[in-house]
Unconditional design. Structure first.
Length: 127
């Protein structure tokens, strides 16, 4: 059983690294959307789409109730994906680029929280 441990450890490390990259990307996109929403050149209808999306996701009313397995959450995902696609599509490209650069600069130098948590839980050095 000894030979399998190093292989399992490598899989765990790759999974943690993948989840860390995914969390960083998600945080970057959320921050970018916030900056787009606050940007003075963002059209009002893009802001309306983002507000409506947030209201829909926070609302207990759904197209398909969440108690129905899989389909209940897929409708939320589909509505969110469509609204985000629409918001990005209707936002001027220079506004998106400017906001993405600002979000990237704000995120630079921050260590991934998933990696820090994993190191803390496993006792692998470093803060």
């Amino acid at each position: 059983m000894g030979p399998n441990k190093p292989k399992a450890a490598g899989v765990e490390e790759r999974l943690i690294a993948f989840l860390d990259r995914l969390a960083r990307r998600l945080a970057l996109e959320v921050h970018t959307l916030w900056l787009i929403f606050r940007h003075r050149e963002t059209p009002w209808f893009v802001k309306a789409v983002l507000i409506l999306l947030l209201g829909y996701l926070a609302s207990p009313v759904d197209l398909i109730p969440d108690v129905i397995p899989v389909l209940g959450m897929l409708d939320d995902l589909a509505v969110a994906a469509f609204a985000l696609w629409l918001a990005y599509r209707l936002t001027p490209p220079h506004v998106i680029e400017e906001c993405r650069v600002k979000a990237s600069e704000a995120a630079a130098g921050r260590a991934g929280w998933i990696s820090r948590l994993w190191r803390k839980l496993t006792g692998e050095g470093g803060p």
